[in-house]
Design a protein around this ligand. Structure first.
Ligand SMILES: Cc1ncc(COP(=O)(O)O)c(C=O)c1O
Length: 351
């Protein structure tokens, strides 16, 4: 979806990296995260300040190869190295399907996936809170509360194209990524905002052991991309007047409107409703336009919504990947315009 925006920005968002640049493993050895390029760190703080979606003052920034690597670094950093049992990692259903897979893939002795946070009994855990939530777009808060429990807040979608920014988030570990904020999933760059220096150090250590840092070329590109977004709001007289969050919200609002019409006409499905909230960034009141549609099949005869839609050549992800039943499916709202149109046409054929 974001391709059209960046294509129009053209030269303004283009980066050229000479052959002699960014050769070293190191960026700034005085920083806890010694592979963080200064420009990228500055642009991250600048953008959060502009949008008002996260506190960055007196916080450490740790970068990763996507927030996927940072999730693993955070789980590692929060798990005691000498506990008798692996730390339980939980998240409230429906949870992002990546969490169980990434937690258990290497069968670590330090942590293990323990499913739905609401069903968890115990005092020691890591709760992953995704807000707005993938897959259902809800503004989640931690459901567990214990002195020894830890949280990781995955705020990949806490940006004004998806939801109203109601306050600057201020949690112990907050994960963000260019893949959802700007559309640059292929740049593979995420950042964590971390309160505790020891946790920031452990996360940095994990990434150093795993990949000896994070691509500097990606950081330089992402620094430019974030700069163009902030400049668009702070210096509106730059070459093109189009601004990323306005573009994203406008596109998503239209897509959601179209989808809701078609879903209603089919009389087969339902979609979540989102409350109207005032966004402190745009100063407008709007309901969320999530990056995914969380469709529920309301027809009793259809047990497996994913297979049902597959027959119509609509590719979705079934509820079981998110810890719920197969009446639910998740559909991306961020595909290219022509793909989204096809999706709507195929769904409309059921009406
Ligand atoms: C909630 C959530 N967290 C993390 C990720 C992974 O992001 P990245 O591309 O930064 O690894 C995704 C991707 O779909 C996601 O939806």
């Amino acid at each position: 979806m974001f391709e059209d925006f960046w294509a129009k920005k053209g030269e303004e968002a283009t980066v050229v990296i000479p052959g002699w640049q960014t050769l070293s493993y190191f960026s700034d050895v005085t920083n806890v995260c010694w592979f963080l390029e200064r420009d990228f760190g500055q642009e991250v703080r600048r953008l959060h300040k502009l949008v008002g979606n996260a506190v960055t003052e007196d916080r450490y920034i740790v970068i990763g190869t996507g927030s996927t690597q940072l999730y693993q670094a955070a789980v590692f950093a929060l798990s005691p190295p000498d506990a008798s049992e692996p730390m339980s990692v939980v998240s409230a259903v429906p949870y992002y399907s990546g969490y169980p897979m990434k937690t258990d893939y290497l069968r670590s002795g330090l942590f293990r996936w323990a499913g739905d946070a609401r069903a968890f009994k115990g005092e020691s855990y890591i709760e992953v809170v995704c807000s707005p939530n993938n897959p259902d777009g809800s503004m989640n808060k931690a459901v567990l509360n214990s002195e020894t429990g830890k949280t990781i807040h995955d705020l990949a979608y806490y940006w004004p194209q998806y939801t109203a920014i109601t306050e600057p988030a201020d949690h112990d570990i907050m994960l963000f990524t260019v893949s959802k904020s700007t559309g640059h999933a292929g740049t593979r760059l995420g950042w964590a905002i971390v309160k505790d220096p020891n946790i920031a150090k452990k996360m940095t250590k994990f990434i150093a052991m795993n990949t000896i840092g994070v691509s500097k070329d990606s950081q330089l590109r992402a620094a430019k991309i974030l700069k163009v977004i902030s400049d668009g709001y702070e210096h509106p007289n730059t070459k093109s007047s189009m601004r990323l969050f306005d573009f994203g919200r406008d596109r998503l609002a239209k897509r959601w409107e179209r989808l809701r019409e078609v879903v209603k006409a089919t009389k087969l499905f339902s979609l979540p409703e989102y409350p109207l909230e005032t966004c402190k960034f745009t100063r407008e009141k709007f309901a969320a336009y999530p990056a995914f549609a969380w469709l529920k099949c309301e027809k009793e005869e259809i047990e497996d919504c994913e297979s049902f839609l597959k027959k119509l050549k609509i590719q979705t992800r079934g509820g079981m990947h998110f810890g719920v039943d197969m009446k639910y499916v998740r559909v991306s709202m961020l595909d290219r315009e022509e793909t989204f149109k096809l999706f709507i046409e195929r769904l409309a054929s059921l009406a």
